[in-house]
Design a protein around this ligand. Structure first.
Ligand SMILES: Cc1ncc(COP(=O)(O)O)c(C=O)c1O
Length: 431
């Protein structure tokens, strides 16, 4: 799939001197129809294994796949086995990498598979991971409860807020062991607090000067990427996606991705092969289809979110609306927003007057917006972070980070914004 017929370069990123945009490239990049009977869309390669022309081919493909030697110039490698590589996944990975201008993308069975494979490939017993809070509940559970079983310690810092800063966390972590990873989710789920990506890079470089060891910077970009934020441009080493969210975009699949520099991703790819955490071809094909409308969907959802956030801000029963578009120039997060985000996104949280009873009453009264966890789909979803997505996070941590029983999170979809506002109006009227 990565070779072409010579008629057309399927990996061209320019037309003459004109640089092509990713939204254009999503329709054809990395796929040559002439290798598949002229089929406009890539067929789904539902196969576990691939036939070698000769035994020597098999030997050579394995030598490169298992890192025994580098690929020779002009060597045409074939496929081996779908846990190692598959045409649908290769096209998908090539297209995902374009959005981030990255060397390499890898796709996984879920966002958590991407996160855990990246962390396991880099962390060793005695290492320390520094992570931002709040963070997705599954990631928090992995770092707080599972990694310690493998001898990996963790130190938390706060995205925004008044809690421990990144610099303080690094000072503390240095005393515990090798600081191997700085892991951040920005904007943070569910508060939309921001982590300064440039500061992460500055701190990582300072730590390298100090100790000779540079921590890997891993950023979960599920909320804003890949349309509205590009962490690799600000010094991140790996960008993580739950493809289940905006990139898949139709709430009909679960998948994940890690995108980054070639040498770092090679190590992750080796772990993925052995852990078997890769995405399957059918899901990969669905994501290829989704990528064709990614910019359209995210733009429409972002426009709707602005209208809904504005409506909620003016509602008498609504307290704080954590929408990035409302950050004022005097807000400490404003400069971070301007530095690294291109738009406020389409998922945000807000509080209602009262507590659990009132928040649940609003959720139960919704008629158009669905009461469900997850985000980034075509349909709008609402949930209670305190009792649902972040149920795993200790209550005292949630309270400290402002995740309260009165908080609701909305992922705004691509419906008509006035219809969504009418639904919120009637649901809020019950409290
Ligand atoms: C920000 C973020 N990262 C990672 C994940 C995990 O992704 P998945 O559910 O695809 O494993 C989620 C899931 O909700 C998430 O919201």
């Amino acid at each position: 799939m990565t070779k072409d017929t010579g008629a057309k370069d399927t990996h061209a990123t320019k037309l003459g001197n004109h640089t092509l945009s990713p939204e254009t490239q999503m329709m054809g990049y990395g796929y040559d129809p002439m290798l598949s009977e002229g089929s406009l869309k890539p067929p789904i390669f539902m196969t576990s294994t691939f036939v070698f022309k000769t035994a020597n081919d098999g030997k050579e493909f394995f030598e490169v796949a298992y890192g025994k030697r580098e690929k020779r110039q002009d060597e045409e490698l074939g496929l081996i086995y779908s846990r190692i590589n598959n045409p649908n996944l290769e096209v998908l990975e090539d297209r995902l990498a374009l959005w981030e201008k990255a060397d390499k993308a890898l796709v996984f069975a879920s966002g958590m598979a991407a996160i855990s494979t990246c962390l396991l490939s880099h962390l060793r017993p005695g290492d320390v991971i520094i992570y931002s809070a709040p963070i997705y509940g599954g990631t928090e559970y992995l770092i707080r409860n599972i990694l310690p079983e493998y001898g990996v310690k963790s130190v938390e810092f706060e995205a925004g807020g008044t809690g421990p800063t990144l610099a303080a966390a690094i000072e503390k972590a240095k005393k515990l062991g090798r600081v191997a990873v700085i892991y951040a989710e920005t904007p943070a789920n569910p508060t939309n607090d921001l982590v300064d990506l440039v500061a992460c890079k500055t701190e990582a470089d300072a730590l390298e000067k100090d100790t000779g060891n540079k921590p890997l910077i891993i950023i979960d970009n599920t909320y804003l990427g890949p349309i509205w934020q590009h962490p690799l441009e600000h010094g991140a080493d790996i960008v993580i996606y739950s493809l289940t969210k905006y990139i898949g975009g139709h709430s009909d699949l679960v998948a994940g991705a890690a995108v980054g520099k070639g040498d770092i991703m090679a190590g992750v790819a080796g772990f993925r092969t052995i852990l078997g955490t890769m995405c399957d071809p059918h899901t990969g094909w669905l994501i290829l289809r989704s990528l064709e409308t990614l910019k359209l969907r995210m733009t429409a959802a972002g426009d709707n979110a602005e209208k809904i956030a504005t409506y909620l801000r003016d509602h008498p029963k609504v307290g704080k609306v954590n929408y990035l578009g409302f950050l004022g120039e005097n807000d400490p997060a404003y400069h971070i927003y301007k530095q690294q985000c291109k738009a406020p996104g389409a998922t945000f949280s807000f509080t209602v007057e009262g507590g659990e009873k009132e928040a649940f009453a609003v959720l139960d009264a919704l008629k158009i917006i669905k009461l469900a966890v997850s985000l980034g789909g075509t349909e709008s979803l609402m949930e209670s972070p305190y009792f649902m997505t972040h149920a795993d996070v200790p209550d005292d941590v949630k309270e400290r980070l402002g995740v309260t029983p009165a908080m609701l999170r909305i992922s705004v979809g691509v419906e008509n914004a006035d219809d969504l506002i009418a639904d919120l109006e009637q649901a809020l009227s019950v409290i």
